[in-house]
Design a protein around this ligand. Sequence first.
Ligand SMILES: Cc1cc2nc3c(=O)[nH]c(=O)nc-3n(C[C@H](O)[C@H](O)[C@H](O)COP(=O)(O)OP(=O)(O)OC[C@H]3O[C@@H](n4cnc5c(N)ncnc54)[C@H](O)[C@@H]3O)c2cc1C
Length: 381
Amino acid sequence: MIPRTVFNAEHEQFRDTVRKFLENEAAPFHAQWEKDGQVDRALWNKAGEMGFLCPQVPEAYGGLELDFGYNAIIDEEICRLGLSGIGWGLHSDIAVPYIVNYGTEEQKQKYLAKCISGEIVTAIAMTEPGTGSDLQNVRTTAIRDGDHYVLNGSKTFITNGQHADLVIVVAKTNPEEGAGGVSLLLVDASLPGFKKGTNLEKVGMKAQDTSELFFDDVRVPAEDLLGGEGQGFIYLMQELPQERLGVAIGAIANAEAALQWTVDYVRERKAFGRPIASFQNTQFKLAELSSELTALRVFIDRCMELHYEKKLDISTAAKAKLLATDFQCKLLDECVQLHGGYGYMWEYPIARSWADARVQRIYAGTNEIMKLIIGRDLLKD
Ligand SMILES: Cc1cc2nc3c(=O)[nH]c(=O)nc-3n(C[C@H](O)[C@H](O)[C@H](O)COP(=O)(O)OP(=O)(O)OC[C@H]3O[C@@H](n4cnc5c(N)ncnc54)[C@H](O)[C@@H]3O)c2cc1C
């Protein structure tokens, strides 16, 4: 085993608190939340009280101003327990950093404290029914009209879509332009003309609310433009490495847990009068998975260190997301196989993780888009 060096004693103390909280406040209820299609909103408020939401936010806005390692610990513990319904990662690692990094002083004062307490749940709405990977071609428009932008269009597959109170909407303020016409708007979900669609029925991540959103002449105050007009695409490119690293961190934590569940299972389960752990095929499979997992753990931890130092480049973050999520899916598939028929039963965590993990290769930029980014970087002049 290679000891991890990315976390210090304070991080590990925090991990214990997060783990206990999740074991008591989330794990016993997750099966019900899967049936409900969303977690209990009270979980967000409890997490806020515990300081688990947006740990990076500066003290000046009521935050703990901690390093990204604390976000990583929360992501790891959620994924280790297979609590895929909890959308804190989207809120703390992805959406809220846009407000911290590009928001005006007024926007930060208005929103951040409530994001930390769980009073406000955020979402980020990029994907549309007609475009996902090709973000420059979003068709949602936000056209300036006096002191407002008039927002029209629709989004789909939006995480936290049912719970969201505040949505960062990617829209064209200049529909004539490509990337240069894209802006970000902070949109209050209670504004007239903003409608949430039904909670989408998914193959996995069943307790996570994922929704369509519709905008019909929503008048968004001009002061809720996030950053500069036409700068949205640049902001997205700047923020995506943290999103992709977060996905990779969760993938590896979940893979580690799944491997352990499988080691425990093959020791217990017998076939032909002996534990299936005694078959060479079982040992070889586990050995191969464990070896790759060790290598990936070291790589992802190194990416985390680089991210602490603000040195994680876009291409390396894409490699982390690509390798970690491809491997997570491969490992889970092999582990389901080693569980036999029980591996296909929803009551087994391995089955749920297998279903939950599939989307990891699709969202936060598909793994094909990751390859495009890496390839372009290799071939640039
Ligand atoms: C559970 C879930 C949660 C999500 N959460 C969010 C969210 O919170 N916010 C949000 O905005 N979006 C979210 N998404 C959307 C997600 O980011 C998109 O589904 C993803 O970016 C892919 O877009 P698409 O579905 O339109 O696929 P498409 O872009 O239509 O791609 C279809 C296929 O074509 C491939 N492809 C596309 N372009 C190329 C190319 N140039 N070269 C090679 N192959 C290519 C893709 O890799 C893919 O295999 C979520 C999706 C899911 C399923």
